[in-house]
Design a protein around this ligand. Structure first.
Ligand code: SF4
Length: 287
């Protein structure tokens, strides 16, 4: 998305309070990322983004710190080089850890950006979740959020993950989650499992099954996704916004799209249980 288009969206929608600047791809590759962050901040909007950590160079770290970014989620899919590099092919675990430590060191005692680990959980790394939390605690990271890789509904993406089924038994899954929750608690570290929030963690702590911590998704009632081309959809998990959208924000104001009959109808049907395909594998959905 061009900077001018981003500014137009911000200007036209003064009610927006928070923006997460990320779709599928690496935000630090976007030439206008920092001007966008600064523009949003100058309008009092909370803004965050994510990165795979490969481009956390000295120069980018400086820009991040100067931009006013509120939070940064860094993809850390393993606590060891073997696991990390098998998932994040072509990267170096040690280099990414060095980059993160540089960022933490330069940020010093400043509260911004809040730095968290984002873990894309699959068969390959789920058993390492407690170690990833431990690693985060040792490094001084301020939170860990984990999301199951299976929430990607497109077969092409799922097959590229080479990990198409979550084969860990529900009993072992709960055991690992329980260990993760208590470790995070001990480290005073916020931990989120698939968007289940504090209620979900409390239920896990009391031994509830995973099915019970899956709540009906609330995201669609207060947020939307805008693709780089301006297409508006309910969620970033819709990987084909050009084909399946509620309109384009470069042609129609966002508020009009949000209130349009088709978008209203989508929300109503959603809460009646008629979920779109891209929600099928999502771990947030279900009542
Ligand atoms: S339930 Fe659907 S809309 Fe909600 S987060 Fe999951 S994929 Fe997105």
């Amino acid at each position: 998305m061009k900077l001018e288009d981003f500014k137009r969206i911000v200007d036209q929608n003064p009610f927006v309070s928070s923006i997460h600047l990320q779709g599928f791809g690496e935000p630090l590759l976007c030439a206008d990322l920092f001007p966008m962050i600064q523009y949003a901040k100058s309008h009092g909007i909370e803004i965050g983004t994510g990165t795979n950590g490969t481009l956390l160079t000295r120069e980018n770290i400086q820009k991040i710190l100067e931009s006013g970014l509120d939070y940064l989620g860094i993809s850390v899919d393993g606590s060891t080089p073997d696991t990390f590099e098998a998932i994040r092919r072509g990267t170096s675990f040690h280099q990414i850890m060095k980059n993160i430590n540089n960022l933490l060191e330069h940020r010093g005692s400043s509260e911004k950006p809040r730095i968290t680990f984002s873990v894309c959980v699959s068969n390959r790394n789920f058993r390492e979740l407690p170690e990833i939390i431990q690693l985060a605690g040792e490094m001084g990271i301020e939170g860990v959020s984990a999301l199951q890789a299976l929430s990607f509904h497109e077969d092409s993406i799922r097959s590229r993950l080479n990990d198409s089924e979550f084969q860990i038994s529900p009993a072992e899954t709960n055991e690992i989650l329980l260990e993760s929750v208590s470790l995070a608690k001990k480290l005073h570290m916020p931990f989120d499992w698939c968007g289940s929030g504090q209620r979900g963690l409390d239920l896990i702590s009391r031994g509830a099954s995973l099915q019970n911590v899956r709540e009906m998704c609330k995201k669609i009632s207060y947020m939307c996704y805008i693709s780089a081309d301006g297409y508006v959809t309910a969620c970033v998990q819709n990987t084909n916004p050009e084909r399946d959208n509620f309109g384009n924000v470069f042609k129609t104001d966002l508020i009009d799209l949000w209130r349009s009959p088709s978008y209203r109808d989508f929300r109503e049907r959603f809460y009646r249980g008629e979920i779109p395909d891209y929600c099928r594998y999502c771990t947030v959905v279900h009542s």
